[in-house]
Design a protein around this ligand. Structure first.
Ligand code: ADP
Ligand code: MG
Length: 161
């Protein structure tokens, strides 16, 4: 995928309540404006990368890009699970992400246990891959600097800053 790494940010909105949090894997949803700006070569599936909530620390993340059942699968959704335990929810805050690499396409699951196991394996893969020097250095990208990380609803590419 030519567009990787891909940098974007937006306000965290309420998702469609699939109960991700109940599975222990909450996913912060981006607004339509961010999803609509995705380059055409970014296909649906699971990605790994870096994430920052507001002016907080930069954490590893996994992101699912898929078809949004709320809109009868006519619209895509982008959902980020930040690999960190937060004290509180962060709806309304600006989430900045760098999508660094692709893990796998979307797939169906025959049971909830199978789905949860797959997500845990995605998280392990993300953790390992992000420790590679070429990926670690993206944490230092200008995109994540405090001065630019809280501007509401902007879609920016870190390399253009
Ligand atoms: P929704 O359907 O509203 O997206 P979720 O069950 O997926 O609900 O929970 C997502 C929300 O949980 C996020 O918007 C955020 O405020 C909160 N949250 C807490 N910890 C995390 C985390 N580690 N990663 C992502 N979101 C988190
Ligand atoms: Mg969610």
């Amino acid at each position: 995928m030519r567009s990787l790494p891909y940098f974007c940010r937006g306000q965290v909105i309420h998702g469609f309540g699939r109960g991700s949090k109940e599975l222990g894997i909450p996913t912060a949803n981006f607004p339509e404006s961010v999803v609509d700006n995705l380059p055409a070569d970014i296909s649906t599936g699971i990605y790994y990368g870096w994430a920052r909530v507001g002016k907080g620390d930069i954490h590893k993340m996994v992101m699912s890009i898929g078809w949004n059942p709320y809109y009868k699968n006519t619209k895509k959704s982008m959902e980020t699970h930040v690999i960190h335990t937060f004290k509180e929810d962060f709806y309304g805050q600006i989430l900045s992400v760098a999508m660094v690499g692709y893990i796998r396409p979307e797939r169906g699951f025959t049971s909830l246990d199978e789905l949860i196991a797959a997500i845990h394996s995605d998280i392990e893969e993300a953790k390992t891959k992000l420790d590679l020097p070429e990926h670690l250095k993206l944490k230092e990208d200008n995109f994540f600097k405090s001065s630019v990380s809280t501007t509401a609803n902007q879609i920016l590419n870190g390399h253009q800053l």
